[in-house]
Design a protein around this ligand. Structure first.
Ligand SMILES: *[C@@H]1O[C@H](CO)[C@@H](O)[C@H](O)[C@H]1NC(C)=O
Ligand SMILES: *[C@@H]1O[C@H](CO)[C@@H](O)[C@H](O)[C@H]1NC(C)=O
Ligand SMILES: *[C@@H]1O[C@H](CO)[C@@H](O)[C@H](O)[C@H]1NC(C)=O
Ligand SMILES: *[C@@H]1O[C@H](CO)[C@@H](O)[C@H](O)[C@H]1NC(C)=O
Ligand SMILES: *[C@@H]1O[C@H](CO)[C@@H](O)[C@H](O)[C@H]1NC(C)=O
Ligand SMILES: *[C@@H]1O[C@H](CO)[C@@H](O)[C@H](O)[C@H]1NC(C)=O
Ligand SMILES: *[C@@H]1O[C@H](CO)[C@@H](O)[C@H](O)[C@H]1NC(C)=O
Ligand SMILES: *[C@@H]1O[C@H](CO)[C@@H](O)[C@H](O)[C@H]1NC(C)=O
Ligand SMILES: *[C@@H]1O[C@H](CO)[C@@H](O)[C@H](O)[C@H]1NC(C)=O
Length: 521
């Protein structure tokens, strides 16, 4: 307890010191014997290239180190260093210790609020930087943070390729934020509360022309400006999931020749039209799952997406129609997920035929490379069309828990679709539907069988009761004649029979009556 209070006290002290003082005089953690406190690892690959790892996670550090461990050697030319300080309490990220090595640096969950500018001036070869899960605000993130050493009349750029700023407190970017990082190809801004991209933010994003992978998920945005797409001509992966988009962003086709993966999941989009994905001629992966408002995917929506391999369209509770035929041009399709929607049917015509060498024509599969087809969780209407389409696609046999089942018509409700064959279903004609319905329940549930059973039971019961009474009467007379005394236990048996009968427990009457008959005859 005392220890914790002391820590708190020290932290508060540090904050007080920070707010007043310049950053220059802040101490670093003690680097002596650091490899005893942290984990240091060294390996070298076939090319004799050294890889050093320094892991100081969860060490209650308040600062990083002022230099690299002695164990990493003096010359860092053609050396890789991976350093992590995640899960410490580093409110101010100080200038990183100097090295020429290719550096990967992470400090996630560090509580970072401030960055000592220029933070990376002594590590110009930093490649990857992960500062996710911190408290970095827009004011703190200035272009100066990323500037390299000063040379003659300008600042050198740094080699940053991959920057993760997810889960911070950004709501805008400085328009020149990326002026010192020309090689940035991967940028993660997810889980920051942007809401709208203001002009400087748009300018900043538009300036990263080498960007290939942009994660803007969960940033509360409603639109993405077309000018961003105009500049990002190398964009390959775009994640816009978990936002407030009501339509596919305008002019997305400006990145159409490079864009390979698009994630639009968890957006309030109601409908996709033929125009939605026009011009996305390289798209291989599309995620349109988890859309609570999605009601319709118009015909021909996917016809433009010939290169598509993977389509995720799951958990769309209002989606009642899905035009599978539109996907027939996507010959490379490998994964199709339409699980947990509100689909009752799908329809694919067996169109493509395959001529074998012997001249026989057989049906070619619509998607020869398809290996995953998820259909579970839809209220399937199991008629001929559906079962034929499923057979034609070639539904892989899933386990019973994850396999699709019929919802209607009721006599197939709960049946595994993979258990039905089109031979079986297609021979049931629609006009015969009512006969089928009558013939379907098991024998003992049919009306005339039920009536017959009730009558039989009643007859058996009455006969049993009558015989019982007759026997009892005869016995009484016999006993009185033979012994002149009435045994008490016989009376009790009879009276219990009668009381059971008066309570409607006919079974016990029948059994007892028969028993009595057997025992006495
Ligand atoms: C950016 O990448 C290019 C090509 O890989 C390289 O020549 C250049 O030095 C890099 N820029 C910086 C600032 O490292
Ligand atoms: C971006 O960050 C989030 C949260 O840290 C993570 O889940 C996601 O995978 C990252 N995106 C990319 C493209 O790496
Ligand atoms: C965004 O999507 C990309 C690829 O579609 C994925 O790698 C990344 O993890 C996603 N980000 C989040 C926060 O889920
Ligand atoms: C598609 O997005 C949903 C919701 O974000 C996610 O759960 C799912 O894993 C994504 N699918 C793929 C293949 O990335
Ligand atoms: C399908 O994949 C092959 C091999 O990767 C590729 O050559 C071909 O162009 C693809 N077809 C389409 C329509 O994208
Ligand atoms: C069969 O497929 C071809 C292209 O693969 C298409 O042009 C044609 O319209 C289809 N026929 C029918 C009846 O759908
Ligand atoms: C068409 O037939 C050839 C050989 O007869 C076979 O290798 C190929 O897999 C078939 N294609 C489809 C799509 O069934
Ligand atoms: C099967 O059901 C679907 C949807 O209700 C319908 O469009 C289709 O015509 C039906 N097929 C047959 C053969 O009845
Ligand atoms: C599927 O068919 C098998 C054999 O015909 C049967 O034993 C099984 O109970 C069926 N499963 C369901 C869920 O109806």
């Amino acid at each position: 307890m005392d220890y914790k209070y002391m820590l708190l006290f020290l932290t508060l002290g540090a904050i007080a010191a920070l707010s007043g003082a310049q950053h220059e005089n802040i101490p670093y953690e003690d680097v002596n014997d650091i490899c005893e406190t942290c984990v240091c690892l060294t390996a070298h690959d076939g090319d004799k290239r050294y890889h050093h790892l320094l892991s100081c996670t969860l060490k209650r550090f308040k600062h990083i180190l002022s230099r690299w461990p002695e164990e990493f050697g003096k010359n860092h030319n053609s050396v890789d260093i991976v350093a992590t300080f995640s899960y410490n309490n580093i409110e101010l990220l100080q200038q990183l210790p100097a090295t020429d090595a290719k550096l990967t640096f992470s400090c996630r969950h560090c509580g970072i609020k401030y960055l000592q500018e220029p933070t990376f001036i002594d590590v110009p070869n930093i490649r990857r930087l992960d500062l996710s899960w911190n408290e970095i605000t827009s004011d703190v993130l200035t272009p100066g943070v990323f500037r390299g050493p000063y040379r003659v009349d300008h600042y050198e750029p740094i080699d940053l390729v991959d920057l993760d700023l997810s889960h911070n407190k950004l709501h805008a970017l400085d328009k020149k934020l990326f002026e010192h990082t020309p090689n940035l190809t991967k940028l993660n801004l997810s889980y920051n509360d942007f809401t709208v991209f203001n002009a400087p933010t748009i300018a900043a994003l538009s300036s990263v022309t080498n960007l290939q992978d942009l994660d803007l998920s969960y940033t509360a945005i409603k639109t993405v400006s077309a000018s961003i797409f105009k500049s990002l001509v190398n964009l390959r992966i775009l994640n816009l999931s978990g936002n407030q988009l009501t339509a596919v962003p305008d002019k997305l086709q400006l990145v159409g020749s490079s864009l390979m993966a698009l994630n639009l999941a968890e957006n309030p989009i109601e409908r996709f039209t033929e125009q939605s994905f026009i011009g996305l001629k390289s798209l291989q992966s599309l995620n349109i799952s988890d859309m609570p408002a999605l009601k319709a995917i118009d015909k021909r929506v996917f016809t433009h997406l010939e290169t598509l391999r993977r389509l995720d369209c799951a958990h769309n509770p209002k989606l009642v129609e899905f035009d599978l035929e539109g996907l027939s041009h996507c010959s490379n399709l490998t994964n199709l997920d339409i699980s947990y929607c509100a689909l009752t049917t799908i329809f694919v015509i067996a169109n493509v035929t395959n001529k074998s060498e012997t001249g026989e024509t057989t049906l070619a599969k619509p998607w020869p490379h398809l290996h995953t087809f998820e259909t579970v969780g839809n209220p399937w209407y199991c008629n001929c069309t559906l079962i034929q389409s499923m057979e034609y696609i070639g539904l892989p046999q899933g386990s019973a828990d994850s396999a699709a089942r019929c919802d209607t018509p009721y006599y197939f409700a709960g049946e595994l679709i993979s258990n039905l064959t089109s031979q079986q279903i297609c021979s049931l004609r629609i006009p015969k539907k009512f006969k089928i319905v009558e013939e379907e329940p098991p024998r003992f549930l049919r009306k005339r069988y039920i009536i017959l059973s009730v009558i039989t039971a009643a007859v058996v019961v009455s006969v049993g009761v009558l015989i019982g009474f007759a026997i009892a009467a005869i016995r009484r007379r016999l006993k009185r004649d033979d012994f002149g005394v009435e045994p008490i236990r016989y009376t009790s048996v009879r009276s219990s029979n009668l009381s059971a009968f008066s309570h409607g427990n006919t079974n016990s009457i029948v059994v007892n009556g028969n028993g009595a008959t057997n025992g006495n005859l």
